[in-house]
Every structure is written in C-alpha cells, then in structure tokens.
Design a protein. Sequence first.
Length: 187
Amino acid sequence: MQIVLGLGNPGPRYAETRHNIGFILVDYLASRAQVDWVPSARDHSHVAEISWDGQPVLLVKPQTYMNRSGRAAKALCTRYAIEPSNTLVAYDDFLLDFGRLRLRRRGSDGGHNGLASVLEELASQDVPRLRLGIGQPPQGTDIIDYVLAPFPGGEGVEELVQRGVAALDLYFAEGVEAAMNRFNGVP
C-alpha cells in the first residue's frame, strides 16, 4: 500500500484556502474514485482507500492542523507498515508560480512546516513530495495571510488540481523519475 497525504487544515474556515490545496487534491481523487472519507481518530486523519493502477493507495487528510501533520503520517505508516518512501506528500508552495508543479523523491522541508512535521515524525527525508505552486503573495502582503486566504474566485484551481492528478497518474504508472521529467518546470 502507498499513501498520498494531502496537507491542509481541517474545518470550514480553511476549506478553500491556498494552504489547503493538498486537501483539495485528495478530495478530488476520492471523488473521482467515488469513495467516502472515513474518520480515523487513532490515525488523527480522514482516510479513503482507492485502487490506482491496480495498487492500493490510501488517501489521507490529517486532522491535526498543518504543523502537526507528521502525527498522522507516523500513525498510518506504523499501522500499515508503510515505508516513508511510499508516502507521497502533496502541499502548497508559494515559492512556485501559480500552476507549476515540482515532484521530488526526497529532500529537506524547504521551510514548509507541514512537511517538516512529516519528515521529523517519520525520521526520514526519503519522502516523495508533490509541491503545488500557489504563487507568491503581492508585495507587502503577509505570507500567513496570503496562504490562509481563499483562491481569488477559484480561478485556475481546477487546472492546478488536474495537473497534480496527471502528475500522480504518471507517478503511479511509471515512477517518480518519469513524473519529474514530465512535470517539473513545465508551466
């Protein structure tokens, strides 16, 4: 089994915000597979199991708030005996232009507190990740205010999610290298 861990904050206050693009992505995947989210208190998450190219994939929305997402990742990896390298994390990145994607096999947290929590709890940097570009805040705008604000008019969000799904389709079909070669740096 593999995990796609979408990062975000629970609750209606954050539902459509830039910081929740990871949740928006996994919500789309669950809807596409016509599966419901199941609360899992012991895993600090909502989970939905799907089949992707014939392999079982657990979609996850941690309910711990962004900065403690690692608690959910650790609980699920321990319970299902899943290696960190089989736990792909999808999250927002304001350092990427809106609509750009960046897949990586491993690495540091790059200053993202949600990813930092996952890497710390899993005690590994060998965690694949899909960064979804939400664009930089306008000059003079506080970064926290920017990421916790909704996308203006929802413009482009569907296309961003569709590109993320296409990247994951290739990731599961042909591996991280093929997905990186196809989607990294492509506007």
